[in-house]
Ligand binder design. Sequence first.
Ligand code: 13P
Length: 293
Amino acid sequence: MGIVSAEKFVQAARDNGYAVGGFNTNNLEWTQAILRAAEAKKAPVLIQTSMGAAKYMGGYKLCKQLIETLVEAMGITVPVAIHLDHGHYEDALECIEVGYTSIMFDGSHLPVEENIAKAKEVVEKAHAKGISVEAEVGTIGGEEDGIVGKGELAPIEDAKAMVATGIDFLAAGIGNIHGPYPANWEGLDLDHLKKLTEAVPGFPIVLHGGSGIPDDQIKEAIRLGVAKVNVNTECQIAFANATRQFVRDYDANEADYDAKKLFDPRKFLKPGFDAITVAVEERIDVFGSEGKA
Ligand code: 13P
């Protein structure tokens, strides 16, 4: 199947009670790790770049070509969408131009009328090229100085108005936040999610900040209508922990590791990237998208 837009497989997830993963990438090996996991699990997947990660990697064109080339070179058969995560308006337009197959326009920092008006424009331009669109209402924040106990809740009327723009899936705050959850986090507001999904029946909801939410809450959110779960921090932590362990082992066995040339970056970074594959496979199991390709 290879590179596709995401609306069909995200809607199929919504219709059949599971979720697909939207996994953020940061570099070549990260992308390979996600692709390996998705292929092993026979799961549809979105590989997404934040604006910052795309800049870090060399721009949207490079990211698009990297994912596309790897899908071909690795013989990937599962559906893969090349997705922009939290894109400003200009970035959304650039990704439409460059050939991303899925776009998140994030106008949540704008007044809601402007957010909705801009989303409508993005939908028109993206759909003309067969590109799927995600947009956000409310704001999905992150921990600030350890004082965030609860993420924001998206206003239901705003969610309905955003869905009416023709977007394909909706990111809406239900108490979730990006990054690690603080100890005083109150959990997902599943009652609010229920109200949301009742207001937009059958419409796919995206759960951002997927790292660190207890699995039972994720599964209940999926049962209620979440069809895409975004994961970034969890893969970063998996990579960092495995790399840190490798460095500790290296320090303890320096002569032996040097003799084996484990200073070669292809070997040095391998445990970290293998850990990402394991983390992604594990998330796919929890989301229920194994075998859904
Ligand atoms: P986490 O980093 O908390 O997993 O959030 C990822 C995300 O929502 C990207 O949009």
